[in-house]
Design a protein around this ligand. Structure first.
Ligand code: CTP
Ligand code: MG
Length: 483
């Protein structure tokens, strides 16, 4: 860099743009007149705004005295005030010195990052105003008569690479008419839980799944595995998956209302939404397995009470996710305030789990974005959808606002031989034909046809969980179902 010397050098840039750092790298401390330093001399510290008037008076004296002696003077303030800038330039001209402006063109995000890591950050709204103003000032300088306008791009600390967590949710509806999400309920991760989870998530993304859901149980359920098999806390595991840079929507299927108070679940889902740029969903149900409640010291009220709790919880969570912080009192829910930050980055899809016709489907119709049915039997499904639609009519809800989703637990094989090998390995004591029928055992092509039939019944999302999912290659083998 070769700037005229001696000269007047006026710095321009928002807080954290690196003005003081740049000045210190190129000039002696005595050559720099800094409003912050002077606040520290006549006030309690560099951020003592009460000392601003005195500090700026001193700054003017110093600039006048130094320029009068034809000494290089660097003015380290925000540099946003045109009258002050022109005043300093006039002093330089009077002394026969050239005037230089140095604009720190540090990207906004970098200024924010540096600001946030300071002991006394400038409030975000103030910094936002400065960043706006610095763009205006950049345009004003050319007409002011400076000898040199030097624009300094960000230097020093390389920008922190953004983790690719904020990718928007893509619509990934298969040509069968349903969106297919991978549901993970077993975790044969051996010695490397994080590697296994990462590989499953990356494979699900690569295979074109629209999302990934995790089962929420405290002990592995008998339908899936043995009680000593690992079953992770899903919100923690989803946080780890969120960091893998996929486009997957992420959530639980289903979180029992009995595990966590609704506010804690709302907080977890909102945090996941913030971390994923709005790709979080929440499956929620009344809970059913008494044993895990007893084991973990959790109350397990009667079914009607749990359904009351389900209803209450959805109302409370929606209140906490809504804008504003005002008190909420409605339908038996009372919250003295609804201060819950971060807010979800996009609405959290609430899927009400279970097919109970009297209450569960009614709760879904009234409060859900979707009902999640655990059957993919066409006759049963047709009936449940009818019941749901009736409840929608009863509560005055547009049925198109309540999606029908299905937890689908099929055996999927490469070909007929592979299908029957899997049936034989999985059926336990159940007769092979019964097991094959119950799990719709078939090839990818056969399951595609079945999914198309589900779509015709009104199903829009399928949560696919294969009983023998062991690793990423099993996920990739399902890719034919997502396109
Ligand atoms: N910084 C950095 N890399 C740079 C320049 C600055 O990491 N190339 C850091 C500094 O160490 C400091 C912060 O960013 O912690 C702000 O830099 P500073 O020079 O103090 O910014 P100013 O523009 O002087 O900010 P202010 O207006 O608040 O004085
Ligand atoms: Mg500074």
């Amino acid at each position: 860099m070769s700037l005229p010397d001696p000269a007047l050098v006026v710095l321009v840039g928002a807080s954290g743009s690196g003005k003081s750092t740049w000045a210190a790298a190129h000039y002696r401390a005595e050559e720099v007149a800094s409003s912050d330093t002077l606040r520290g001399i006549v006030g309690s510290g560099p951020h003592d705004l009460d000392a601003s008037t005195d500090a700026f008076a001193l700054l003017e004296s110093i600039v006048t005295a130094r320029l009068g002696r034809r000494l290089t003077t660097v003015v380290d303030t925000l540099g946003f005030d045109p009258a002050r800038r022109l005043g300093w330039l006039a002093l330089a001209r009077a002394a026969g010195l050239p005037g230089v402006v140095v604009v720190l063109e540090t990207p906004d995000a970098e200024c924010r990052r540096r600001n946030a890591s300071r002991d006394r950050p400038v409030p975000a709204s103030v910094l936002a105003g400065q960043l706006r103003r610095s763009r205006e000032v950049a345009g004003e300088l050319d007409g002011e008569g400076w000898d040199v306008v030097l624009r300094v791009a960000a230097e020093g600390a390389p920008p922190v690479p953004a983790v690719e967590t904020a990718r928007a949710a893509e619509h990934r509806t298969a040509s069968t008419g349903v969106e297919v999400l991978l549901h993970v309920s077993r975790f044969p991760w051996g010695e490397e839980p994080m590697t296994w989870l990462r590989d499953i998530a990356l494979a699900a993304d690569e295979a074109g799944f629209a999302g990934l859901s995790l089962m929420d149980h405290l002990i592995q359920i008998p339908q899936v595995g043995r009680v000593w098999d690992p079953i992770p806390e899903p919100w923690v595991a989803l946080g780890a998956i969120a960091a893998q840079g996929t486009s997957l929507r992420l959530g639980t299927l289903c979180t029992p209302v009995t595990f966590r108070p609704p506010g804690i679940t709302a907080k977890a889902a909102a945090t996941l939404s913030a971390l994923t740029g709005g790709r979080a969903f929440l499956g929620i149900g009344a809970g059913w397995w008494e044993r895990e409640h007893a084991a973990f010291g959790l109350p397990f009220p009667s079914a009607p009470e749990r359904l009351d709790e389900l209803e209450y919880s959805i109302r409370a969570m929606r209140a906490l996710w809504a804008p504003g912080t005002k008190a909420y009192a409605s339908d038996g829910v009372f919250l003295p305030e609804t201060t819950c930050y971060p807010r979800p980055s996009a609405p959290v899809q609430v899927l009400v789990g279970g097919g109970g016709e009297l209450r569960t489907l009614r709760i879904a119709a009234e409060l859900g974005d979707a009902c999640n049915l655990t059957t993919s039997d066409p006759a049963v499904l047709r009936h449940k959808v009818e019941v749901l639609r009736r409840h929608c009519a009863d509560v005055g809800r547009d049925p198109s606002e309540v999606a029908v989703t299905v937890l689908d637990l099929p055996v999927v094989g490469r070909d007929r031989d592979d299908v029957w090998r899997r049936v034989e390995a999985l059926r336990g004591r159940t007769a092979a034909a019964t097991f094959a029928a119950r799990t719709h055992a078939g090839t990818v092509a056969e399951h595609r046809d079945r999914h198309a039939r589900l779509a015709a019944l009104g199903v829009s999302q399928v949560f696919l969980s294969t009983p023998d999912l062991a690793g990423p290659e099993d996920v990739l083998a399902l890719a034919g179902l997502t396109t």
